[in-house]
Every structure is written in C-alpha cells, then in structure tokens.
Design a protein around this ligand. Sequence first.
Ligand SMILES: Cc1cc2nc3c(=O)[nH]c(=O)nc-3n(C[C@H](O)[C@H](O)[C@H](O)COP(=O)(O)O)c2cc1C
Length: 216
Amino acid sequence: MEAELAGMRVDYRRDELDVGDLASTWHEQLVRWLAEATEAGVVEPNAMVLATAGDDCFPSTRTVLAKDIDERGVVFYTNYTSAKSHDLRITRRAAATFPWYLQQRQVGLRGGVERVTPEETRAYWVTRPRGSQLGAWASAQSTYVRDRAALDACLAAAERRFADSAEVPVPPHWGGWRIVPESVEFWQGRVNRMHDRLRFEQNGIDRTWRVQRLAP
Ligand SMILES: Cc1cc2nc3c(=O)[nH]c(=O)nc-3n(C[C@H](O)[C@H](O)[C@H](O)COP(=O)(O)O)c2cc1C
C-alpha cells in the first residue's frame, strides 16, 4: 500500500487563476467559485472543513455546511454546546477550507467568529426539514452516548414532545456562527506543482483589503 500511495498523483491542468480573474471582493469571488463548483458537480460544494483550537491549543477539524456568504462573513449552523462551539467561545477564531478536488481548487479562510443573531438563526431554522429540527433537539452534540438505542430514544422523545406542534421551535442550544475573515486564499492547481495562490488579506488597522500572490 505504501508504494501505491507514493505513486498516487494527479496532474493539475484544468484551469489557472491570475489577479485579473478575481472579483473585486473575497466574498464575490467565493460565491463565484461556489457556483462553479456546483455547476461542475462537486458533491456538497458548500461543505467546508472547519478548524478550531481549544484552550490546550490542540487543533480539531470537522466538516460543516456554509449556509450564508456575504461581505460580513461565512455562516454555518451547529449546536452551541458542541466541542467546536466550546473552542470558538474560548478563542474567538476559526479557519476553514472548501476542498474542491474535482476542480483542482481549494479556498482557505481564517478570521474571528461571532454568533449570528437569533433572528438570522430562526430565518434559517424554518427552512430545515422537520426531521432535522427534531434531530437538533434530540442530540447533545459531542457528548458521550451509551449506544444507538439511547440516541434513537432521544429522537423519539423529541417527536413526542412536539407531536402536537405544527412548528418545532429553535432549540436554545442551537444556532449560527459567522466566520469574519481576515484572509481568504483562492488556490488553483497548476502543472509541475506551480499552483496559483491568490490571497485577499485585510489590513488590521484601516480594514482595507489587498491581494497577494503566494508561492505554491
Ligand atoms: C458533509 C458534512 C456536513 C456536515 N455539516 C454539519 C453542519 O453544518 N453543522 C454541524 O454541526 N455538523 C455538521 N457535520 C457534522 C460535523 O462534521 C461534526 O461531526 C459535528 O458537528 C460535531 O463536531 P464537534 O464535536 O467537533 O463539535 C457535517 C458532517 C459532514 C460529513
């Protein structure tokens, strides 16, 4: 297997990226690439790998779904008592990567985080299927569960609890986080590992943005 792994490689020659190709803002460029990923048939194109660190400085990663992107940042929804939310509350920082291997692209961003308003959370919540809503009530995300039966019992309890309610309310422990980027890097694979890396970087003092090219 070692030998097979060593021999695995793909030649990247699908596309290129130069400064003149970029939209004028990071979020317009991200929305553009997200649309292109969707069009190209990338599976779950809005999935991003979210990195957080705990108070022990240990990093953790997991996938979440981006549900809103605009000039304010990138929003995802989760359980506010989960391991990731615990990290975010402590450090107020996150990084995330959209891995679009099909297109030989990735976008990496990092920045501060803030909780979205309850109104924003509710606006998204009502678009979720009832089953997902009940699942959010049933799962104390990131905590130990005795076995599958115990988990199924929690869902059944949530179903009973809201059986007579046409609408399932937003759980108090659930909502959105917004990553407010200070840098966003657009990466396009190129031949000979001479990839294009263009990074929008925000000046911490006057908040203006500039684009820098990085060596691959
Ligand atoms: C494709 C995909 C999408 C996911 N989307 C979310 C999401 O939007 N929110 C979420 O809380 N967990 C999502 N998950 C589950 C997380 O990866 C993770 O298991 C969970 O949030 C618990 O993480 P934590 O214990 O580090 O907090 C997703 C997993 C996959 C594979």
